[in-house]
Design a protein around this ligand. Structure first.
Ligand code: CMX
Length: 425
């Protein structure tokens, strides 16, 4: 049994017991009221879900297991995986054991490559990536053991197996999607002497002589890992998992939500927008040019990608971390300079639009410029990078939900006529 597995075997049943006791005593406690505006407004602010991996206070941004993001930007994604699941950062022996476990599970079945090869050459990279995850469903330990009659108390263990198997394989699959989709040459075999993100960089096949790109990827894969339970991808995934679909089904479902332009696809859209401004104004635009371009975008009925958030009401600390990386490693890069300028100009524009709740940059506003600097210029690929990281949070949430024995999700809907009757009293 791995160190992670034995640690979880100690803590998860205790947490599940605590929840059972709390429910027994306080099951009827009212935690939230719902207004009509919330019913028709994507349930913003309705407290009706549980997520123990992370929390996003509107005035602070992502907090993972009680630790603010700025304190863990130097950590490896594997350490974050451990933190998400257990609530603590791993010690050296625990980290080494997890890394060994992931390496042992990283072989991808040949049929996955065949499926990717047979997709249309102009498929979106997210469609290729998610198809590869879904086609591996037959490898699910959970599905197999469920068929064999596994007891409910062991569901989390089988889900942990699926989680580790998937996590181990995602960098190779994502690396191949990049090479295949953008004609970068043959697939690159993993180098098992490298850590999880280092191996991903290796399999992308981009130059990284000074190790800076690997550092960026480490940061990228850490920053995008989780964002509590109600965001569209995590929520979609948890609804699917609540039916006892295995993680292959539920992760690919959640990542399909991430592929929407209002969610994870915003990072591709954002760099596109930045490059469009540079093209229109022949280089780094002036503040006036940018302001004009921002208004043109808004007046044409489009959103300014990378800005605004359903929960946050401050500059996203993940954006701050990317901005700090850019200032340190590429202060004179024109695309990065434009991104910084957008930050100086766009919030003031968005503040003038009354309906917009949050004028500040989110995680997607800056990352593209940094990837672009290191030669990862195919921006339709960016959401795949986001997905590799977000799989950590989605997978951890799935393991924990199984340990808590959460039931199938089934909120109540009503027809508009009934709401209309209600408001008329
Ligand atoms: N540009 C233009 N309009 C914006 C806007 C932006 N950046 N942010 C919000 N608005 C608009 C909304 O489209 C909405 O307009 P309608 O009422 O006409 O539909 C109105 O302002 C109110 O929206 P809100 O309450 O401020 O924000 P929501 O919670 O509804 O939506 C989000 C949040 C992220 C979808 C929205 O801010 C947006 O579309 N931003 C741009 C896309 C983006 O960056 N998405 C990535 C988010 C992070 C992630 O998940 O990866």
């Amino acid at each position: 049994m791995s160190l992670l597995h034995s640690k979880l075997a100690q803590i998860l049943p205790i947490q599940a017991d605590e929840i059972r006791n709390m429910l027994k005593e306080h099951g009827d406690f009212v935690v939230s009221e719902v207004t009509l505006k919330q019913v028709y407004g994507g349930m913003r602010g309705v407290k009706g879900l549980v997520c123990d991996t992370s929390e996003v206070p509107p005035d602070k941004g992502l907090i993972i297991r009680g630790i603010e993001l700025k304190e863990i930007t130097e950590k490896l994604p594997e350490e974050i995986l451990w933190l998400l699941l257990t609530g603590e950062l791993p010690n050296q022996a625990e980290l080494a054991d997890l890394q060994k476990e992931l390496t042992a599970r990283n072989a991808v079945p040949q049929y996955v490559w065949d499926v990717i090869d047979s997709m249309p050459a102009d498929s979106h990279p997210m469609a290729m990536f998610n198809t590869a995850i879904l086609v591996m469903q037959k490898e699910s330990v959970f599905a197999k053991r469920y068929d064999e009659g596994m007891p409910k108390s062991e569901y989390w263990e089988a889900t942990l197996d699926d989680f580790l198997n998937l996590t181990a394989k995602l960098p190779a699959i994502a690396g191949y999607v990049y090479r295949k989709r953008f004609g970068k040459g043959p697939r690159i075999e993993p180098d098992n002497s490298k850590d999880w993100s280092g191996n991903y960089v290796h399999m992308l096949g981009l130059e990284d002589d000074n190790g800076e790109f690997t550092k960026l990827m480490q940061l990228y894969l850490t920053l995008h890992c989780d964002h509590e339970g109600g965001n569209a991808s995590a929520y979609t995934s948890s609804v699917v998992a609540s039916t006892l679909s295995d993680l292959y089904y539920s992760l690919s479902a959640g990542l399909n939500a991430l592929a929407g332009p209002l969610h994870g696809l915003a990072n591709q859209e954002c760099l596109k927008w930045v490059l469009e401004t540079m093209e229109q104004f022949g280089g780094v635009p002036s503040d006036e040019d940018l302001e004009k371009f921002a208004w043109e975008t808004l007046d044409s009925g489009r959103v300014i990608p990378g800005y605004g958030h359903a929960v946050l009401r401050i500059t996203d600390p993940r954006y701050d971390a990317f901005l700090a990386f850019g200032k340190k490693h590429m202060p004179n890069d024109p695309v990065f300079a434009t991104v910084s300028k957008v930050f100086d100009v766009v919030p003031n524009v968005l503040r003038q639009v009354k309906k917009i709740s949050d004028p500040w940059p989110n995680v997607d506003a800056g990352s593209g410029a940094l990837l672009y600097h290191y030669g990862l210029k195919e921006f339709s690929y960016y959401t795949v990078l986001f997905s590799v990281s977000r799989a950590l949070g989605i997978g951890a949430q799935a393991v924990i939900a199984r340990a808590y024995g959460l039931p199938i999700t089934r909120p109540k809907s009503l027809p508009t006529a009934k709401y209309a009757k209600m408001v008329k009293g």
